[in-house]
Design a binder for this molecule. Structure first.
Ligand code: 5GP
Length: 191
């Protein structure tokens, strides 16, 4: 059985870039693709970035207990497909890139099951650096940007609930730290 790694961190912290680099180097890992009702951003691909589904479809799947966890951000729903993750875990380690509330829900949902998730939070070197990165991204309107910034403090305040915290100052260093954690957690569970 594989290990479930849950990676979170505030918007703009670079977790998407880190996870992409990780997936390129370690082909044994499987990335779970979440469902969302938000509109695709330029360059996002359905089935790769997210499964972009309607609100109606999302609520139907939620009713059918189809999500391991779900949450609402900025007026849109996001959820982790349950059967995909549990099926993949039989043979692979799986990465979830989800927000803090979702990560805590996953831990709760799996309590008492053989799957013990490892929670990893990616943090910025400073709040100012995060503001610079988010404003430079140009993918959100000012209103959306402000909403995202408001959420940052909440997300960072939850870091004690995580098993590991990685500061993303230097991307390569952060990636190395992430790889070390994944390697040692996988090894622990094989004993
Ligand atoms: P974005 O719209 O920038 O892609 O994502 C907004 C937030 O939703 C991010 O914090 C991201 O980690 C989170 N997110 C993405 N997928 C999921 C999911 O399946 N579940 C939960 N709870 N959050 C998610």
């Amino acid at each position: 059985m594989g290990t479930l790694f849950v990676i979170s961190g505030p918007s703009g912290v670079g977790k998407g870039t880190l996870v992409n680099l990780l997936m390129q180097d370690d082909k044994s890992l499987v990335l779970s693709v979440s469902c969302t009702t938000r509109r695709p951003r330029v360059g996002e691909v359905n089935g790769k970035s997210y499964f972009f589904i309607s609100q109606e479809e999302f609520l139907k799947r939620k009713e059918e207990n189809g999500f391991l966890e779900w949450d609402e951000h900025f007026g849109n729903y996001y959820g982790t497909p349950k059967s995909f993750v549990l099926e993949q875990l039989k043979t692979h380690s799986v990465i979830l890139e989800i927000d803090v509330k979702g990560a805590l829900q996953v831990r709760e949902a799996l309590k008492g099951s053989p799957v013990e998730p490892v929670l990893i939070m990616i943090t910025p070197p400073s709040s100012q650096e995060l503001i610079n990165r988010l404003s430079g991204r140009n993918s959100e309107s000012m209103t959306e940007l402000l909403k995202r910034l408001k959420r940052v403090d909440y997300e960072l305040s939850q870091k004690d609930a995580y098993d590991y915290v990685i500061v993303n100052d230097d991307l390569n260093e952060a990636k190395e730290n992430l790889e070390k954690i994944i390697g040692s957690e996988k090894a622990k569970r094989r004993l």
